[in-house]
Design a protein around this ligand. Structure first.
Ligand code: AMP
Length: 370
């Protein structure tokens, strides 16, 4: 007879073979679908370019339709048991529409805040958290005003749709403000004081349907040209900084009432201050190491939260590094496959373009000490 396993108290999870609808068809959707399968769940991808994309290649179903194709959204809602999203630029109207038909986790508040840099930093400040000094800028006059308030060096960023360092211009003493304002080509921007950080870190927190919050070990990140190149775990930071970073993630995920994940990117200063840079209510590139270095991967945790399962343990299994394969880096893949320590994860993208994330490699560096 099979041993009896006690059934946990708490919310009733979706039954096996239920379908998770994922808005967005990129690599984060792909790895979520791959993590959902062993837990017994199916995935249905919705994306204007879903067909043949990274997520659709490994999913049960895919719908390629516009974000405002209401009949297609009706059919999608009828075909799935819960909806989530794998990138934060899904229009809030789409999520609002779906919410009337099927549970959406996380809800639209997290999207609304994460889609706009001023809203994001204002929300963090409202929770008593620190950010770089910033100024919302919608005209050249406001840029001049903002520069007087924020000082140099600073960075002018587009508020929406900026990622991987795109839509960002450094501002120094001798910068022509009228030129950069024209170059940025938006009327919705943020001017941020450049933070002289010693370390960039990120924390990913998960929040279950019952409100339980669990953080993953803190990751140290190195960016090149605004794109994440390498993540290492554990981050080389004092415990007090780690505790402050976890507090930031726990505060934000609860304040946003997220069921799912929240990734928070932070700057650590020489004085040990922790400043919020960005947040994303979804799996995050800096959490990919968890696939091979953590008791539960961020993708499994995401699925667990969204379907109402108890969250998994987040013990660090070993020191781990994650290296992104960007553009031509894909040519080095044969060498990574030949490395017995390397776990290669490719995204199924047909064409390697400069700056395009093609895959990543996780390496366990040593067994966990202590
Ligand atoms: P973001 O798109 O805001 O995540 O910016 C991409 C990268 O640019 C960050 O990971 C930092 O390396 C750098 N960066 C962005 N904002 C600032 C800032 N206010 N101070 C210093 N470095 C920054």
């Amino acid at each position: 007879m099979a041993p009896r396993v006690p059934v946990p108290k708490g919310p009733t999870p979706l039954p096996a073979n239920a379908t998770i609808g994922i808005l967005g068809g990129g690599q984060l959707g792909r790895m979520t679908a791959l993590a959902a399968a062993p837990l017994g769940y199916r995935c249905h991808i919705y994306d204007p370019d879903a067909a043949g994309g990274p997520a659709a290649q490994v999913s049960d179903a895919a719908t390629s339709a516009a974000w405002d194709d209401w009949p297609a959204l009706d059919a999608f809602a009828a075909a799935v048991d819960v909806v989530t999203y794998e990138f934060e630029n899904v229009p809030v109207d789409t999520v609002d529409y779906l919410m009337k038909r099927v549970p959406v986790r996380p809800g639209p508040q997290a999207l609304d805040v994460a889609q706009h840099r001023v809203a994001e930093k204002t929300f963090a400040r409202d929770q008593g958290l620190e950010t770089a000094h910033f100024w919302g800028v919608t005209t050249l006059d406001e840029l001049i005003e903002g520069l007087a308030a924020v000082g140099v060096p600073s960075i002018l960023k587009t508020c929406r749709l900026g990622y991987d360092g795109k839509g960002q211009i450094r501002v120094d003493m001798d910068t022509s403000l009228s030129k950069i304002w024209e170059d940025l080509g938006t009327d919705d921007a943020i001017l941020e004081r450049m933070v002289p950080f010693t370390t960039e870190i990120s924390v990913i927190a998960a929040r279950g349907l019952d409100g339980t919050v669990v953080c993953f070990p803190i990751t140290e990140n190195a960016h090149e040209g605004g794109i994440l190149r390498r993540s290492t775990v554990p981050a080389q930071i004092p415990e007090a900084v780690a505790a402050a970073a976890r507090n930031v993630a726990e505060t934000l995920i609860a304040a946003l009432d997220i069921v799912g994940l929240l990734a928070v990117e932070l700057f650590v200063t020489e004085e040990g201050e922790v400043l919020v840079n960005e947040m994303a209510p979804r799996p995050h590139n800096s959490g990919h190491w968890t696939q091979n270095g953590c008791a539960t991967s961020q993708f499994e945790q995401f699925v667990r939260a969204v379907v109402g399962l108890p969250l998994g343990p987040t013990d660090l299994l070993s020191e781990t590094e994650m290296l992104n394969l960007i553009g031509d880096d894909i040519d080095a893949v044969p060498g990574h496959f030949a490395d017995p320590k390397a776990h290669v994860h490719l995204y199924g993208k047909a064409e390697a373009r400069p700056g395009r994330k093609m895959g990543h490699v996780n390496r366990r560096l040593s067994p966990r000490r202590g």
